[in-house]
Design a protein. Structure first.
Length: 489
C-alpha cells in the first residue's frame, strides 16, 4: 500500500499541471463556443486538432516509451535519451519541410483551400510539441514532477493569455477606437488566433526545456537506436489505432453526413464540444498516466509488483467512477461550459463518460505488454479496436449522426479493455479485483439513474440539488466503508 500511496503522491503533483492546467484549458471551451460565430467554426478547430493527433504519433514514433524501457538504469539514460532526440530532430525537420512545401495541396485535401497557413502553423506546433516529448519523459523518469508541472502550467497560461488577448481584448480595444490594435490583430480571424496562441505556447515550452535538450550527446548509435525503435514500432501502430478510435469519428462526421460541408462541420463542432465535457474525467487519467508509466517500470522487479499494480488499478477505477457520477449528477451545471447552441449533443455525454472510464482501465491493463516486451500483441488489440471504429462508423454515421459515433466509441473501448485484461491474465496474471471494480462502476450508473428519477419527480431546485449531493455522498461513503471493512484503507 505504501507504493500505491507514493504513486498517488506523484499523481497529485502531476495533477497540478494536468488537472489544474487542463481545467484552465477546458475553461476555453465556454469561451470558444461563445466567441466563435457558429458551431461550424468550432468544428474547424475540432477537425484540425483531430487530424494533427495522427501526425503527432508518427512524428514522435513513441520514443518516450522506448526511453522508459531502455533508460531506466541511470547509466543507460543519457545514451537512450541522446539517440532518441537526434533521431526525432532529424525526422521532424524533414516532415516540417514537407508540410511547408505541400501546404496548399494538403489544405485542399482537408477542404480548407483558402487557408494553407493552417497547415504551416500546425506543422510548427507539432514539431515543437514532438521535440518536447523526450525532455518531458526524462523529467518523469528522474522523478522531477515539480519542474514538469511548472513548465506544463506555463504552457497553459501562455496559451490562455494569447487567446484572451486576440479573441477578447483586441475586439474590445478596436470597439473603443484604439487604432494601434490593428497592428497585431485583424477582425474575422477567430480560428486563426486559436492556432497561433497554441504555436506561441509550444515554442516557449521548447525553450524552457532547453536545459534537458542540452544534455544530448552528439553521438548517434544506429544499432542502439534500432533496438529502441523495434520496441516502439508496435506502440506506434497501437497509438495510431488509438487515435482512430478517439479522433477519426470527427473526420468521418465531416465526410459521411449528408449535409453541406458547413452543416457537417457544425455537427462536428457540437460533437466535439460535448466530447470535451466527457473528457473532464480524463484530466485525472492523464495525471495518473504521467506518474504510473515510469512508476511501474521502476518497480517491475519488486516482489509485490503485480499486487501493487492491481491495487493502483482499483483505486484508479474508484476515482474515475466517482468523477463520472459527479459530472452526471451535476450535468445541469456542467453543460454551461458550452454555449446553448451546443446543448443538442448533451445526450452523448453519459455514453462518452463510460467510454473514457473504460479507456482509463485499458491504460492500466496495457502496462503488462510493455513490461513483458509484448507490444506486438498490444498493437493487434488496438488494430481490432480501430477496425470496430471504422466499420461501425461507416455503417451508422450516415443514419444516426454523432449519436452513433458516441456508442461506437463505447463499444470500441469496452472491447479493448476486455481484450487487454484477458490476454494479460494469460501472460502476466495481475490479480485485478474485477468484481469490485465492476461493482463500483455499476453503482455509479445506478446513482446516475436515481439522479434522473429525482429530476423527473422533484420540481424544487434546491431540494433536487440536495438529493443529488446525497446520492454522491452515499456512493463515496459506501466505497469507503466497504474498502475499510476489507482492510484496504
Amino acid at each position: 500500500m505504501s507504493l500505491v500511496k507514493k504513486l498517488a503522491g506523484e499523481t497529485a503533483i502531476y495533477g497540478m499541471s494536468t488537472i489544474v492546467g487542463r481545467l484552465l484549458n477546458v475553461m476555453l471551451l465556454p469561451f470558444y463556443t461563445r466567441v466563435l460565430d457558429s458551431t461550424a467554426e468550432y468544428g474547424v478547430v475540432v477537425d484540425l486538432y483531430a487530424n494533427a493527433t495522427f501526425l503527432m504519433v508518427i512524428l514522435s514514433y513513441r520514443m518516450e516509451s522506448a526511453f522508459f524501457r531502455y533508460g531506466t538504469a541511470r547509466e543507460d539514460r543519457d545514451r537512450a535519451f541522446s539517440n532518441g532526440m537526434i533521431s526525432m530532430l532529424g525526422s521532424t525537420t524533414l516532415v516540417v519541410i514537407s508540410l511547408f512545401v505541400f501546404a496548399q495541396p494538403i489544405a485542399n485535401f482537408l477542404q480548407y483551400p483558402q487557408h494553407p497557413e493552417y497547415v504551416r502553423w500546425f506543422a510548427l506546433i507539432m514539431a515543437f510539441d514532438c521535440l518536447c516529448e523526450l525532455p518531458f519523459a526524462r523529467l518523469r523518469m528522474e522523478q522531477r514532477p515539480i519542474r514538469f508541472a511548472t513548465i506544463k502550467m506555463i504552457n497553459i497560461v501562455i496559451n490562455i493569455a494569447m487567446n484572451l488577448f486576440w479573441l477578447l481584448f483586441c475586439p474590445w480595444a478596436a470597439s473603443k477606437g484604439m487604432g494601434w490594435v490593428y497592428y497585431v490583430w485583424q477582425p474575422g480571424l477567430g480560428v486563426a488566433y486559436i492556432f497561433l496562441s497554441n504555436l506561441i505556447a509550444s515554442a516557449v515550452t521548447l525553450l524552457l526545456l532547453s536545459p534537458q535538450i542540452r544534455a544530448v550527446r552528439l553521438k548517434f548509435e544506429f544499432d542502439y537506436w534500432k533496438i529502441m525503435f523495434i520496441y516502439a514500432a508496435p506502440l506506434i501502430i497501437s497509438s495510431l489505432a488509438g487515435m482512430i478510435n478517439e479522433m477519426l469519428s470527427r473526420a468521418m462526421l465531416k465526410n459521411l453526413l449528408p449535409g453541406t460541408i458547413e452543416q457537417n462541420l457544425g455537427q462536428v463542432g457540437i460533437f466535439g464540444a460535448n466530447y470535451k465535457l466527457a473528457t473532464l474525467i480524463t484530466l485525472f487519467t492523464q495525471a495518473y498516466r504521467y506518474a504510473a508509466e515510469p512508476f511501474f517500470f521502476r518497480h517491475a522487479g519488486d516482489k509485490d509488483a503485480m499486487k501493487t499494480q492491481a491495487d493502483a488499478t482499483k483505486w484508479f477505477t474508484v476515482a474515475a467512477a466517482t468523477g463520472m457520477l459527479g459530472i452526471l449528477l451535476y450535468i445541469d451545471l456542467v453543460k454551461y461550459f458550452i454555449a446553448d447552441k451546443y446543448h443538442d449533443g448533451l445526450s452523448v455525454v453519459p455514453i462518452l463518460l463510460v467510454a473514457n472510464l473504460l479507456l482509463g482501465m485499458y491504460y492500466n491493463f496495457s502496462v503488462w505488454y510493455r513490461l513483458k516486451d509484448r507490444t506486438k500483441l498490444g498493437a493487434w488489440i488496438s488494430i481490432g479496436g480501430a477496425a470496430i471504429t471504422i466499420t461501425l462508423n461507416l455503417w451508422l454515421i450516415p443514419q444516426f449522426g454523432f449519436y452513433s459515433a458516441a456508442w461506437v466509441t463505447l463499444i470500441c473501448y469496452l472491447f479493448m479493455s476486455w481484450a487487454t485484461w484477458w490476454t494479460g491474465q494469460k501472460h502476466y496474471p495481475v490479480p485485478y479485483q474485477m468484481g469490485r471494480m465492476g461493482l463500483y462502476i455499476g453503482l455509479a450508473l445506478v446513482g446516475y439513474g436515481l439522479g434522473l428519477i429525482a429530476s423527473q419527480n422533484i420540481s424544487v431546485i434546491p431540494v433536487l440539488w440536495i438529493v443529488r449531493t446525497l446520492i454522491l455522498g452515499v456512493y463515496i461513503a459506501f466505497i469507503y466503508f466497504f474498502e475499510k471493512r476489507r482492510g484496504d484503507i
